[in-house]
Write a protein that binds this ligand. Sequence first.
Ligand SMILES: Cc1cc2nc3c(=O)[nH]c(=O)nc-3n(C[C@H](O)[C@H](O)[C@H](O)COP(=O)(O)OP(=O)(O)OC[C@H]3O[C@@H](n4cnc5c(N)ncnc54)[C@H](O)[C@@H]3O)c2cc1C
Length: 327
Amino acid sequence: MSRVAVIGAGLAGLVVAQGLVDRAQVRVFEKSRGYSGRMATRRRADYQFDHGAQFFTAKSGSFREFLEPWLAAGVVARWDARFVEIEDGCITSRRTWDDEYPHYTGVPGMNALGRALGETLDVALETRVASILGEPGDWLLQDENGTELGRFDWVVSAIPAAQAAALLPREFEHHAQVSARDMPGCYSLMLAFDQALDLAWDAALVKDPVISWISVDSSKPGRPGGYRLLVHASNRWAEANMELADDAVIAALIEPTAKTTGVDVGVAAHVGLHRWRYANPGPRTGEPALVDAPNRLAAIGDWCIRGRIEAAFHSGRGAAERILPLL
Ligand SMILES: Cc1cc2nc3c(=O)[nH]c(=O)nc-3n(C[C@H](O)[C@H](O)[C@H](O)COP(=O)(O)OP(=O)(O)OC[C@H]3O[C@@H](n4cnc5c(N)ncnc54)[C@H](O)[C@@H]3O)c2cc1C
């Protein structure tokens, strides 16, 4: 059986691994402690937040079909949020998400889907692949200490484009395309309150130079009690302020959050911040997975298509379809 290494246990990596596992010996390497990548959930003491992706939609039949068993198992659920758009503190549009165009989330946290998939696969967590040495058909992976992680016929990189460009051997046929891909950053501000706030919505798209999104994270299905807000910076502001100290970022995000909600959010019982260096790639046309058959290398991820969970699925699925006949 061919040996395949998949680098990254986000949705794209898990989907390609799942697609190849019946025909190859597949090992997934993930640098974090958990599965799911940017479909992220953070738990600290009494608080839980989805600090990466907020929800996802399923436009294609194949993604809807993929989701069916996870919906039936309660790993994924619909989030029928009261959704608004807000500008200068005023609500400019309002609707409730429903079955006409369903929005989904993982349960009890956004990372549930990745965890459920990951637990069926051979995944080495807390293992960062730092180098790919050797040659096609005999790639040698090492971690940052130079420890050997194994030899593989194929290597599939399922990590953000900039990191893939640094890791993949120069002979990778699509190296220039990977290097050219931009993934603007983002900040997530996490706020927990002792008492519920008086907001008439669950999710808000915010037109503001500094912030772009606020959700009542605790309003999602199957969440623990309490009242929690999750705020995203705009990509443009985050990119311009990526090196700012945490305290300064928090202060900068709290002000427009207070203006948008009309509430003194500075009274939060818990304030947390996460810096996403690579967050939301814009749309790209072309192959959903960059496969180099002679070199037995591939680069996949949402960034092959656009910064959406459904795109990560299609990139992983597309890679499996391309690689299967080559094994
Ligand atoms: C703030 C934010 C908000 C978002 N909001 C939404 C939204 O509302 N709806 C939506 O559809 N999408 C949203 N997205 C995008 C969505 O999260 C992504 O499209 C999707 O999760 C990408 O999956 P992926 O598998 O391509 O990559 P990732 O999820 O980034 O997975 C890559 C994995 O590789 C690991 N890794 C990296 N380098 C190495 C290495 N050297 N060795 C081992 N492991 C490594 C990482 O730890 C990570 O787990 C959002 C993203 C962010 C950051």
